[in-house]
Design a binder for this molecule. Structure first.
Ligand code: GLN
Length: 656
């Protein structure tokens, strides 16, 4: 009975124990779940609104109440526009869109078609022919003024006379052929197919007596040599192409992006014509308000009586505004106000955004401060420390156009007299234009002709700089001018040439014996004797890959004779030599220390004689000969520390 009671108590206790344990287990599990919960139930973060988007919304709010201006009425159909329609859209050269308001409301492009048509005419008829028919002087007159320059040419392609003549210079004999060509190109600008608002077109054609008068005047002055009417009708159609504010901004972004649509990557216009198109937009795009516009907004722009305004900041972005009420000069009243505000707020004025190119030299130093990864004997290191300042290393950065290039070249010339070699690194130059590449090549060739060693490193992504055939004047690159993707090899090359010029025949790798190897420093003769049979001898031919990146590590090698290079493969496919090892040095020890795969490839530069210490032998030493094991580890650590210190010094140097 007692036993039974005890048994019960016992069972009860063990039940409680299980229950209590279970309770805690449940709690721990619940806590675990709680900890997990946030992953699935993190409250959705409020989307972060770009300050640019916020500013556009502010502007929209600020100007939607503006009651200035009247919707165009001279083309009856345009009167159907709602004066409250108001959209703003900014598109960057790479296609980022910021938009607010009625950015998808279709409207007719009207005069904003003029610069685009001008681009087509330049493409179809060539500069010379176009300029012989249409000049590029701002008229300071209204868009529909009946005026020609003294030689009988329209003053510019942005006023109607010039625009009608422009359409005449677009490929095609019939209205349809011209319109098809125009529609195709305009569609490339916006990234989708476009249509014509036939009703607006008819309305304009029925009332377009003034434009007809202009067209016949052009015929009179032989700007047209045959019937101008097909071209005039094509012009009416071109003006009646339907777009919306976002399309308009993409037209501008395409122009800002050198003629290539930022999303579809289709070229809408040849790069060579953009300068001409933007020039006439800048000087004549806003008709009789062109001067004031350039003064206060400072971007090439074009407006249309449909209520659109497009402003382009080359290489950066486009601003498009749509709001039908026009001021007395025929430009969208809200459009002008918004562009002005945007230009002021974001410093978009063309003449304001030119940054002086002071920061084009990212870093400069000499070979007295940094050295190549080639391991060298002490006397070579001493010579390089003493004379290395005649090898200049210059790292160029940023976009390089004429200004920044001139700045670097000036520096090169200034130190040329005392220089032995120059290494120019371009890995941080994303782009260099043709002019900058050319003046670089000219000056580098001149320096090389003078006897300097010139190395251009990491420039493979700059085709015009890497194109040796551009070399002036003889087109034969000097042997002293070299291109090298591995900056370290370039430095080693220059170091070697300098050492040679100092009469030093850089060290052929003499063989060393086991006791002179780094790994065996401080080992007693007895210890060396004991260790010796545990090592095996290995030999490799020049060019052999000794270790391959990613391979499992099973041994470390101690070089008795020859040289190896330790090479990393970079994400861009190029290789970078991180280190070299000469007789007496050990490689492959890192993989043995942490048992991880090889982190680099090791290649034999010459024929190699080496000792191999296998992973098993190394591990067995720990138990069998702990003192030897400790000494080996101490030596490995010391030499890793020396390498790390060298890297630290380089990091500091690269920030000087
Ligand atoms: N189609 C219009 C015209 O020639 C274009 C005018 C404009 O947008 N300024 O009258």
């Amino acid at each position: 009975m007692e036993l039974a009671v005890f048994e019960r108590v016992d069972r009860l206790q063990s039940f409680r124990h299980v229950a209590v344990r279970g309770f805690w287990n449940v709690r721990i599990f619940a806590l675990f779940l709680l900890r997990m919960r946030p992953l699935s139930s993190i409250p959705a973060k409020m989307p972060i609104s770009s300050p640019i988007q916020t500013f556009l919304e502010q502007l929209h709010n600020q100007y939607k109440g503006l009651r200035e201006g009247k919707v165009a009425s001279y083309i009856p159909d345009l009167m159907k526009a709602d004066p409250d329609w108001f959209g703003i859209c900014v598109v960057t050269f790479d296609g980022q869109v910021y938009e607010v308001g009625d950015t998808r409301q279709p409207f007719t492009i009207q005069s904003i078609s003029k610069p685009l048509a001008y681009g087509i005419a330049l493409e179809d008829s060539g500069n010379e022919k176009v300029l012989s028919k249409i000049w590029m002087e701002p008229s300071g007159e209204a868009f529909n003024s009946i005026s020609l320059d003294p030689s009988g040419r329209p003053l510019n392609p942005m006023i109607n006379a010039g625009a009608i003549a422009t359409t005449g210079l677009i490929r095609g004999h019939t209205t349809e052929q011209k319109v098809q060509r125009i529609l195709e190109v305009f569609s490339d600008y916006v990234g989708h197919e476009l249509e014509i608002d036939e009703s607006v077109c008819r309305s304009e054609s029925e009332t377009g007596h003034r434009n007809r008068a202009i067209a016949y005047m052009l015929r009179n002055f032989d700007v047209f040599t045959d019937d101008p009417m097909p071209s005039l009708e094509a012009y009416f159609k071109q003006c009646s192409i339907l777009i919306h504010c976002r399309d308009l901004a993409f037209i501008g972004a395409t122009l800002a992006n050198d003629g290539v649509h930022p999303i579809t990557a289709r070229r809408a216009v040849g790069s060579a014509h953009i300068e001409s198109m933007l020039s006439v937009m800048a000087s004549c795009g806003m008709y009789d308000a062109a001067g004031e516009w350039l003064y206060s907004v400072g971007m090439p722009a074009k407006s249309g009586v449909g209520g659109g305004i497009l402003a382009v900041l080359p290489g950066q972005l486009a601003v498009a505004v749509f709001s039908p009420p026009l001021d007395e000069r025929g430009n969208s009243a809200r459009g002008i106000a918004v562009c002005r505000e945007l230009s002021t707020r974001y410093n978009l004025h063309l003449f304001n955004s030119v940054m002086p190119s002071r920061s084009v030299i990212r870093h400069r130093c000499t070979a007295a401060q940094v050295s190549s990864n080639r391991s060298r004997p002490a006397e070579e290191i001493a010579l390089l420390n003493k004379y290395g300042q005649s090898i200049h290393l210059i790292e160029v950065q940023g976009q390089v156009t004429f200004g920044p290039a001139e700045r670097v070249i000036r520096e090169l010339i200034a130190c040329a007299d005392s220089a032995f070699a120059m290494i120019l690194d371009f890995s941080r130059v994303p782009q260099m234009d043709a002019v900058a590449s050319q003046i670089f090549l000219e000056s580098l060739a001149a320096l090389a002709e003078k006897g300097l060693w010139i190395h251009v490193t990491r420039s493979h992504h700059l085709p015009e700089l890497s194109c040796k055939s551009q070399l002036m004047p003889s087109n034969t690159p000097s042997v002293r001018l070299c291109w090298e993707e591995d900056a370290d090899r370039a430095l080693e090359f220059c170091e070697n040439r300098l050492l040679e010029s100092l009469g030093n025949r850089h060290c052929s790798s003499l063989a060393v014996s086991m006791e002179n190897c780094e790994l065996f420093e401080n080992l007693s003769p007895d210890e060396l004797k004991l260790l010796s049979p545990m090592l095996s001898t290995r030999s490799f031919a020049a060019g052999d890959v000794i270790f391959e990146e990613g391979q499992a590590a099973s041994e470390m090698l101690i070089i008795l004779q020859g040289k190896v290079s330790v090479i990393l493969t970079l994400p861009n496919g190029f290789t970078y030599r991180v280190n070299t090892c000469t007789p007496g040095m050990t490689f492959g020890e890192m993989g043995l220390l942490d048992r991880s795969p090889r982190s680099a490839t090791v290649r034999a530069d010459t024929s190699i004689l080496a000792l191999s210490l296998s992973a098993e032998v190394f591990e067995a030493l720990l138990n069998e000969h702990p003192l030897i094991y400790a000494k080996l580890l101490g030596n490995i650590s010391r030499h890793l520390a020396i390498r790390l210190r060298k890297r630290n010094a380089e990091v500091i140097n690269s920030h000087l």
